[in-house]
Write a protein of this length. Structure first.
Length: 423
């Protein structure tokens, strides 16, 4: 049986291993549900980005929101990465993980003054600004500190990345970025503000993109803008082409990162922009297929119309199926020869009909088995909540046969630690 995505995840005999670690054994030792990530798989996903960019000035800024565990950030920091952040909380995580804040780009459509101040004080490399109003406020905050904030304007190239509407960000009518037609005026305004130092341009057109074409379309529009902006006397040092490269959840065939970047660089060079520093902000493509969510089967509930396989992980642990109707592979961590294959809806214990992890999955399964939800390294734990007063899962990192607990399981008392009864 072939599993999507990661060569680091494979059956050895009947047992599923991530690196050299048997996954069903981890649940016995650390409980369920349990997120497990492979450091090797993350670094292997980073390698094609590094390889494609090695001969030019570049910075790969891992988009923290995909998976923000400190050990994950530490892994990318040690590999030389910068970070794409969207909140002061994520900035604090970079610092706690030992990351270099001068390699941080600060994105997001709604930064507060307090966040701007923290970013400037931490010396972030650049603010990716998403509106004229934000430019004005950022200039004010920087001037108040006697500083200049380095900025790049996030432009909305109005290209269709062909993804789910909730994860597409590069179309008109979308809350992100500044419309292509307004970009030049916005740059002129930015250059005139005393607290700002214009250093770059950026775009990010969506997520789970599986084609090269939308990237090339967006790049062409960005290059048109760079030429117009520089003709108006404002220098653009770097171009940040965002993140968004897709991964294989089931049968998607996204381009390899080095193939995508190779084509982008070719276009950049052909249009005479080869001297500019290039930034990328990959999230999902660096971590998605490096992780699994392990969950124990509580009960089998066969029915007239549907068979339900009730597991102890739920939408609060992994929201993608409930939120986007996303498909995630689900396999038994120990393949059974002693149970018949049947079609199951894999559902969690939360009191919502939307609480399912997989529909119509063919599995040979018994109560007590450990299932692995695949491709769960991105937008899994970072979107987890405490709905139904459920503590969030523990997280482990593996590398070879080494195992580290990188986040402990939340206890019930953690969950209402900040609450008070009234008199
Ligand atoms: C979410 C996000 C990313 C990362 O997107 P992926 O699809 O995970 O690669 C990069 N840049 C910005 C501005 C984002 O909001």
């Amino acid at each position: 049986m072939t599993l999507p995505g990661s060569p680091f995840l494979a059956y050895r005999g009947p047992d599923l291993f991530l690196d050299d670690v048997r996954l069903s054994g981890l649940v016995r030792e650390h409980g369920s549900p349990l997120y497990v990530y492979s450091r090797r798989a993350m670094l292997a996903a980073l390698a094609p980005y590094q390889k494609a960019l090695k001969d030019r000035a570049h910075l790969i800024c891992y988009a923290i929101k995909a998976n923000s565990n400190l050990a994950v950030l530490q892994t990318f920091a040690q590999a030389g990465c910068g970070f794409d952040i969207v909140s002061a909380g994520e900035l604090a995580r970079v610092q706690a993980a030992g990351g270099d804040t001068s390699k941080v780009v600060f994105s997001g459509v709604g930064k507060t003054r307090a966040e701007m101040k923290l970013g400037i004080e931490a010396g972030v490399r650049c603010f990716n600004v998403e509106s004229t109003a934000e430019l004005e406020v950022l200039s004010e905050v920087a001037s108040g500190l006697g500083r200049q904030a380095r900025v790049s304007v996030r432009v909305n190239p109005d290209v269709d990345a062909g993804t789910h509407p909730y994860i597409s960000t590069g179309l008109k009518g979308n809350k992100f970025g500044i419309a292509h037609e307004e970009a030049l005026a916005t740059y002129k305004r930015a250059a005139s503000l005393p607290g700002l130092d214009v250093v770059g341009i950026d775009c990010h057109i969506g997520s789970q993109i599986t084609e090269v074409a939308p990237y090339l379309d967006a790049l062409d529009r960005v290059l048109d803008l760079v030429e117009a902006i520089e003709a108006a006397g404002v220098t653009i040092h770097h171009m940040d082409l965002g993140g968004g490269l897709g991964i294989t959840y089931t049968d998607e065939t996204p381009p390899a990162a080095d193939v995508l970047i190779g084509q982008l660089l070719q276009r950049i060079d052909a249009r005479g922009h080869g001297h500019r520093e290039i930034l990328f902000e990959p999230g999902r493509s660096l971590v998605g297929n490096a992780g699994v969510l392990l969950t124990e089967v509580l009960f089998l509930k066969p029915g007239e119309q549907k068979n339900f396989c009730v597991v102890d992980a739920a939408m609060n642990d992994l929201m993608r199926p409930a939120l986007y109707e996303a498909y995630m592979g689900i396999v038994n961590a120990h393949q059974r020869a002693d149970a018949a294959q049947q079609v199951w809806d894999v559902v969690g214990p939360v009191c919502e009909s939307g609480d399912w992890l997989g529909r119509d999955r063919t599995l040979a399964v018994q109560a007590g088995d450990v299932l692995a939800v695949l491709s769960a390294g991105a937008y899994g734990m970072t979107m987890a909540s405490n709905y139904n007063t459920r503590g969030r899962a523990a997280e482990l990192m593996v590398d070879g046969d080494q195992v580290w607990v990188i986040r402990e399981r939340e206890t019930v008392s953690d969950l209402f630690r900040l609450e008070h009864r009234i008199a």
